[in-house]
Design a protein around this ligand. Structure first.
Ligand SMILES: Nc1ncnc2c1ncn2[C@@H]1O[C@H](COP(=O)(O)OP(=O)(O)OP(=O)(O)O)[C@@H](O)[C@H]1O
Ligand SMILES: [Mg+2]
Length: 246
């Protein structure tokens, strides 16, 4: 069963057709990768799915609901949450405060009143421990390393108890030890029934972690299948090589 259906999605920026008739499904319980050369439209698709951008055309069905006209907080409320290619942490707040702000449970309320309820605080500490940074709960966020900020992003999105998690380049700029940790946590959450859609350039992560792969180029899906089948797909190789050549 598909937890997420994307059908005929289109989005232009001025004269540039960034997403040009994009159709794919994310199966319930899968870890699905969304890959493709730079500029293929992957982040734009995540922005459309999560409601940050509105599609010009097309349909997005999440957990049986049409969400293509819904604002981001409603989509989060339905059980989808995401990270961004660039961290959105508030640097002057503590890690724990960020957990409240970034939590869709707290949302804007958290921004103006960063003190959090006992239950929220317990959940936040539990999630910080899950990603291994509970000892930094009271640290000012700007003092965290790049990797620790990535872990904070990851922990904070779990505050919403999502059924579907969208990750935009979780391995980007991350050292091998941290990548192992992120992969391990993704697997654990997936074992608990959480579905993932992961935009990633790191093929090691894609091949070792994902069970479905969707390949985009020029705003559209050019191939879909298991990691093994994608690896040997001529169209996919050409899309990547074409990009390198140009
Ligand atoms: N807000 C925007 N305004 C104008 N053009 C945009 C905007 N966002 C994306 N684009 C363009 O749309 C195309 C698709 O961009 P997108 O960021 O979705 O690609 P991507 O597949 O995520 O690439 P990367 O792998 O480099 O992150 C690119 O040509 C990009 O320059
Ligand atoms: Mg991108």
């Amino acid at each position: 069963m598909a937890l997420l259906e994307v059908h005929g999605l289109r989005k232009a920026f001025g004269g540039l057709q960034a997403v040009n008739g994009c159709t794919f499904n994310v199966e319930q319980g899968s870890i699905t990768a969304l890959i493709g050369p730079n500029g293929a439209g992957k982040t734009t698709v995540l922005n459309l799915i999560s409601g940050i951008l509105k599609p010009d055309k097309g349909r997005i069905v999440f957990d049986g609901h049409h969400i293509q006209r819904r604002p981001p907080h409603q989509i989060t409320h339905r059980g989808m949450n995401r990270t961004f290619q660039i961290s959105l942490n508030l640097e002057d707040m503590t890690v724990l405060e960020n957990m409240a702000v970034l939590s869709p449970v707290g949302g804007m309320r958290g921004l103006f009143r960063p003190d959090i309820s006992k239950a929220e605080r317990e959940r936040a500490l539990e999630l910080l421990a899950f990603v291994g940074i509970a000892h930094l709960a009271h640290e000012v966020t700007r003092n965290l390393s790049y990797g620790q900020k990535k872990l904070l992003d990851f922990a904070s999105l779990l505050m919403a108890d999502p059924k579907l998690i969208l990750l935009d380049e979780p391995a980007g700029g991350v050292n091998p030890a941290l990548l192992e940790k992120i992969i391990d946590r993704v697997r654990q959450l997936n074992d608990q029934g959480i579905t993932f859609l992961i935009v990633e350039h790191n093929m090691e992560m894609v091949m070792s972690t994902c069970n479905q792969v969707v390949v985009m180029a020029y705003g559209t899906v050019i191939a879909e299948g298991t990691p093994q089948s994608i690896q040997n797909n001529q169209t996919v190789l050409e899309a990547y090589l074409g990009k390198v050549a140009s």
